[in-house]
Design a protein around this ligand. Structure first.
Ligand code: ADP
Ligand code: NI
Length: 211
């Protein structure tokens, strides 16, 4: 890392802790720090990526998420740009960080086969890992509760408005494993995926009073 970059990352971490502290839908500061740690872990196995970009983008990745701006992507992008320009960063570095952050979200991924920089693939996988496994299950129900979604619903009670959280596993979480973009991300996702499948099996067994 170049001179001053470690101090800058510490400053960003401090700011991010303040912004996300207390967020109640599974996107609190601890989500951000887990994503940063996942990203550093993947980076240590993938090697070639630029560490400052990986760590910086991981810390900043949820700042402009449109779900915090009533779905308005433009507002989210403006917010990220404002934050980036508040730090002593070269314009090129700001642009690189912005591009990574913009490409992290699963929701806004238009083409899963598009070629992305290694830094982007690492941060994307790091964020997705936090939606999987035991932590992913906990976050899904935290998100569901915060948005007044039922845990599960029998078919005859579904009205298409607020889908139950258990459906989110089939709509998204179980699809993530095959969309991981680094080898080490995929390997970690496999274990977390299996754990979620076991959880869902057990959930349905209990519903059917089989155990
Ligand atoms: P991304 O930022 O990658 O597009 P989201 O912000 O939509 O993804 O999702 C991040 C977290 O919120 C995940 O852990 C996910 O499980 C949870 N989440 C999102 N939508 C739902 C939902 N409809 N029900 C339950 N959890 C959800
Ligand atoms: Ni995130």
């Amino acid at each position: 890392m170049r001179k001053g970059e470690r101090e800058l990352l510490e400053r960003i971490e401090k700011d991010i802790r303040e912004v996300f502290q207390g967020e109640g839908s599974g996107h609190d500061h601890l989500h951000i720090l887990r994503v940063r740690d996942n990203a550093l872990h993947i980076l240590s196995e993938e090697g070639e990526a630029e560490p400052f970009l990986v760590e910086g983008a991981a810390l900043l990745h949820d700042l402009g998420d449109s779900k915090f701006f009533d779905g308005d992507e433009e507002k989210g992008n403006t917010k990220v740009k404002e934050w980036l320009s508040s730090y002593p960063l070269e314009p090129d570095t700001q642009k690189e960080l912005f591009e990574i952050i913009q490409n992290v979200s699963f929701r806004s991924e238009k083409d899963p086969d598009a070629s992305l920089s290694l830094e982007t693939r690492i941060v994307q996988d790091a964020d997705r890992l936090d939606a999987l496994g035991a932590i992913g299950i906990a976050r899904a129900f935290a998100f569901g509760g915060r948005h007044e979604r039922p845990i599960h619903l029998p078919v005859e009670e579904k009205d298409g408005t607020k889908g139950p959280t258990i459906d989110h596993f089939h709509e998204k979480l179980l699809l993530l494993k095959d969309r991981m973009k680094t080898r080490s991300g995929y390997r970690l996702a496999e274990g977390r995926h299996r754990f979620m499948e076991g959880f869902l099996d057990r959930f349905h067994q209990e519903l059917n009073r089989e155990c």
